[in-house]
Ligand binder design. Structure first.
Ligand SMILES: [Zn+2]
Length: 237
């Protein structure tokens, strides 16, 4: 399988995509992200992933890392020069995180992971926008990631702004528009969780690629909430 810095060639991507419908749906992802004419053949330095991590294993790794973080026992794994040089050749992130851009919720720190471990998409309110979904389709269908965690957090300013339902300057309104549908009739305590569940549902139901990977047993999408007071991540779906 031809890989270019962790990217699979277009032909192989469509093979991975499986059905023609899925391949058509994936055209934009393939066209914009995948180099069709590699300058060098790197099959020799980029072996196929022999250690793919299934969704349950991936979740255990994340929760174990979060435990280490909470207990101030971080191992800072996979941050050596050797690791940097290894993942420069190819990346196989074992989990993807759709998290909030909030400065207090950095995925690699709170899950105690390193280079090449996590494919992280961060945007205010962990909103599953088209671009976020496209990024997650890429890491699951092309890089082989089998777990997506939508990670909300306590005291999320984007969720609070969406609840206030007031005019916002510039393009901040785009963020809250992606959250509002989740919040109908809710109090603030439940809003963060409702938003996570809404974004999980959106990923599962609006992406053909993610949906087919789930049906094939090659992907799980779950929701979680991070407590910015304690550092603890709790599964909510
Ligand atoms: Zn937030």
């Amino acid at each position: 399988m031809t890989r270019i810095n962790g990217f699979i060639g277009r032909r192989n991507f469509f093979k991975l995509a499986g059905t023609s419908g899925l391949a058509i749906a994936a055209t934009t992802v393939g066209g914009s992200l995948i180099t069709s004419k590699p300058k060098t053949a790197i099959a020799d330095v980029s072996p196929a992933n022999l250690h793919s991590v299934n969704p349950n294993q991936a979740l255990k790794l994340l929760l174990a890392g979060n435990q280490r973080f909470m207990q101030q026992k971080r191992q800072y794994p996979h941050q050596s020069l050797a690791r940097l040089q290894l993942v420069a050749k190819a990346q196989y992130p074992f989990a993807a995180i759709l998290g909030c851009a909030d400065s207090r919720v950095p995925a690699e720190i709170i899950f105690d992971q390193g280079l090449g471990d996590l494919f992280v998409v961060r945007v205010a309110g962990n909103v599953a926008s088209d671009i976020a979904i496209g990024s997650l389709e890429y890491t699951t269908a092309v890089l082989g990631t089998q777990l997506i965690v939508v990670l909300g957090h306590k005291n999320c300013g984007a969720v609070v702004a969406a609840m206030k339902n007031q005019p916002l300057p510039g393009r901040i309104g785009y963020v809250v528009e992606g959250i509002k549908p989740a919040l109908t009739g809710l109090n603030s305590t439940d809003a963060v969780i409702a938003n996570v569940q809404y974004q999980v549902d959106k990923l599962q139901k609006t992406s053909t690629i993610l949906g087919q990977l789930m049906q094939a047993g090659k992907l799980n999408i779950i929701g979680a909430c991070y407590d910015i007071d304690t550092g603890k991540v709790i599964m909510i779906t």
